[in-house]
Structure formats: structure tokens, C-alpha cells
Write a protein that binds this ligand. Structure first.
Ligand code: ATP
Length: 354
């Protein structure tokens, strides 16, 4: 078995404030060397403040930040950004408009001679596939090309850690998807360690080997995207990640949960005493379509998603659930749709906590 890579970035009990207002509250996580991680959360949850604190642009109120074992910041003081051995890529790429591509990349290099700057910049442009465009100016580049220049500039000084703040949000949808993949494989090729901030789940899922979901200034779960989706630790994470609805249930004997739809069974039911009122998360892909099923629900709404239809179905109580069905199964609103349950991971929370 390969030993796990050593921790590069360690964020311990960090709190940040703007005046008396807390933006990051007692937050901790650790990032191993060579990992690509994301901070994901809704607007205002404190992602950018935490990233800026790691970069050295924001003082800590409490806690500490270490990079490779060296203290970068604590409540007593902090190392200036330029002495942290990290690079940051901003949302708008922040290229110098008056410098050509090669000079933009060279501008990230300080402690070397002009000749060395040139050599490194050329090598970086070759690696990101932009050698042919080295004489162009930023306004003569597409959004994706500008992004690669920004990345080349950030990686040129070989930072220990790369920080990226919403790097894909200015790109249109098609390019965004392409650049997520492209930037990810480039960073993997470079063996870079990266922390990216985004409010977009697809960015986080495509890019992040580890994702921290933030809410009200704190990380609620630091995990793989798969586990965030299938085993959310809190009600907020369950709501924020993916789609789904919560169905009322009551824990019965033998670790079963009685719901209006069916009697469900799963490991999480073991955590609650018989008789506990709970909420069970049902994802659209937990509910499959089957014309031969005796269990049916009435179609209230149908949304075309290309490969699939997302059906909103009403149970007899009026409670609505979602079902994702391949789009060659076209049923009309008002019809009863035959359904079967296929729940691999039962996600349950005590109703009292919701
Ligand atoms: P977004 O995705 O919208 O950029 P975010 O998750 O990055 O949001 P932050 O920018 O870190 O959130 O902001 C966290 C909180 O701190 C918010 O409530 C915000 O209003 C507040 N805040 C941010 N910058 C300042 C500032 N300069 N002065 C006062 N409050 C601020």
C-alpha cells in the first residue's frame, strides 16, 4: 500500500472577522501534497475570506495556518503574501494588458535573471500549449487561452500551493466544462497542490479530489464529492449538494424506517431509537421508472434534460418526490408512473434536527 502523502496545508481553528462580523468561524481542514481541493458553498459563506487568509491578505482572529510545517499566520501575526511560497489565480485572470503573453508569464518570476525568466516563461508556455501565442497580448486571446496564461504565470515560480478564486466563472458553459478538465489535467501533470474556491458544484465535482462544503463561515463536511452526494453529514450538505427531497419517516423495529412510500432499510437507521421521527433523503436517481411496478405516483411536472426527464411525482399525501428517467420514456403530466426504489445509501436525519 502507498503511504498517504504528507500534509502540506493545515488550517486549524481559523476565524476571521470584518469589524465585529464573523466571516469564517473556527474552521479546520488539512490538504495533502499533490491534492486538488475545493471550497464549495453559497454566496457569502466565507470561501473567499478563507482563501484570502491563506494567501496572507486577511488577518486571523483566531487559529493558525501552516504550510509545510511553517506557520504562515496566527492571531498574533502573519507572513506577507510574497513570502508564503504560494500563487493565486483570480476570477478575472488579472493579466497585464500592456505585456505580451511571454512577458505576462515572466512577470510572476522575481528572484531570477532576465534570461532565466525568459527561459522559464517559454518552457511554461510550451507545457500549457501556448508557445505559438507568446507574442500576443491578452486582448488578442480567447477566455480559455487567457486562463492558461494565468495558470502558466501562477505555476512558473513553482509555488508550494496554488490558490484559485472562482477561476471558471467568467467562461461560457461549454468552455467552462472544457477548461475544468484541462486545468485539472495540467495541474496533475505538474504535481501541483491546489485549493480552488467555487460556488458551482460542477466545478467542485470535476476538479476536486477533496471538497469542503462551507456554510455560515464553517466547513460542514470535508470529503470526496462521492461521499458528499451519497453520505452527506448534515442537512445543509444534503440540501446543497445535488437534488432531492426529504420524506417523513418513523424508525420501526429491526432498523427499518416506515415512510409513506415504502419501508426502508439501511445502515443509518441503526443510529436512531425505535419511534424516532426522521427525514429520509430521496435523490432523483433513487427512484426508478418501471411500468410493471404496482407502486405508482402521479406525474405533476416533466422537465427535459437531454438524456433524461426529471419527473416531479406526487404521492397520495400530496408530498412530491423526484425521479430521473431516460428520456425515451415519455409520459404525460397527470399519468400515474410506475416506480421502484433503488436506494444504495440511505441518508437519514432526526426530524428534530432539521
Ligand atoms: P461569494 O461566493 O459571493 O464571493 P464568499 O463565500 O466568498 O461569497 P466572502 O466574500 O468570504 O464569501 O464573505 C463572507 C462574509 O463576509 C459575507 O457575509 C460578506 O458580506 C462579508 N464580507 C466580505 N468582504 C467584506 C468586507 N470587505 N467588509 C465587510 N464584510 C465583508
Amino acid at each position: 500500500m502507498n503511504p498517504s502523502p504528507p500534509i502540506l496545508l493545515s488550517v486549524d481553528g481559523v476565524s476571521c472577522q470584518y469589524g465585529r462580523r464573523t466571516a469564517v468561524a473556527n474552521t479546520s481542514f488539512a490538504l495533502a501534497r499533490g491534492m486538488l481541493a475545493c471550497l464549495l458553498g453559497p454566496s457569502g459563506c466565507g470561501k473567499t475570506t478563507l482563501l484570502r487568509a491563506i494567501a496572507g491578505f486577511h488577518q486571523l482572529r483566531a487559529g493558525s495556518i501552516h504550510l509545510n510545517g511553517r506557520c504562515l499566520s496566527d492571531a498574533r501575526g502573519s507572513l506577507p503574501p510574497e513570502r508564503r511560497n504560494l500563487s493565486m489565480v483570480f476570477q478575472e485572470h488579472a493579466l497585464f494588458p500592456h505585456l505580451n503573453v511571454e512577458k505576462n508569464v515572466a512577470a510572476g518570476l522575481h528572484a531570477v535573471t532576465r534570461a532565466a525568466q525568459k527561459k522559464i516563461a517559454r518552457r511554461m508556455l510550451e507545457r500549457v500549449g501556448l508557445s505559438d501565442l507568446s507574442r500576443r497580448y491578452p486582448h488578442e486571446l480567447s477566455g480559455g487561452q487567457q486562463q492558461r496564461v494565468a495558470l502558466a504565470r501562477a505555476l512558473a515560480p513553482k509555488p508550494r500551493l496554488l490558490l484559485m478564486d472562482e477561476p471558471f466563472s467568467n467562461l461560457d458553459l461549454d468552455l467552462r466544462e472544457k477548461m475544468r478538465q484541462e486545468v485539472r489535467s495540467l495541474l496533475k501533470e505538474f504535481g501541483a497542490t491546489c485549493l480552488l474556491v467555487t460556488h458551482d458544484q460542477q466545478d467542485a465535482f470535476t476538479f476536486g479530489e477533496q471538497v469542503g462544503v462551507m456554510h455560515n463561515g464553517a466547513i460542514e463536511q470535508w470529503d470526496t464529492a462521492y461521499r458528499l452526494y451519497h453520505q452527506p453529514a448534515t442537512r445543509f450538505v444534503a440540501d446543497f449538494i445535488g437534488e432531492g427531497v426529504f420524506l417523513d419517516g418513523v424508525v420501526a423495529a429491526n432498523h427499518q424506517i416506515e415512510t409513506e412510500l415504502a419501508c426502508l432499510r439501511g445502515a443509518r437507521a441503526h443510529s436512531y431509537a425505535v419511534g424516532t421521527a426522521v427525514k429520509v433523503l430521496l435523490r432523483p436517481d433513487d427512484i426508478l421508472h418501471d411500468d410493471h411496478s404496482s407502486r405508482t405516483a402521479k406525474i405533476k411536472k416533466r422537465t427535459f434534460r437531454g438524456e433524461n426527464y426529471l419527473y416531479t411525482l406526487a404521492l397520495p399525501s400530496g408530498k412530491e418526490i423526484l425521479s430521473l428517467v431516460p428520456s425515451h420514456h415519455k409520459h404525460a403530466v397527470g399519468e400515474d408512473l410506475g416506480i421502484v426504489l433503488d436506494i444504495d445509501h440511505l441518508v437519514v436525519f432526526a426530524a428534530a434536527d432539521c
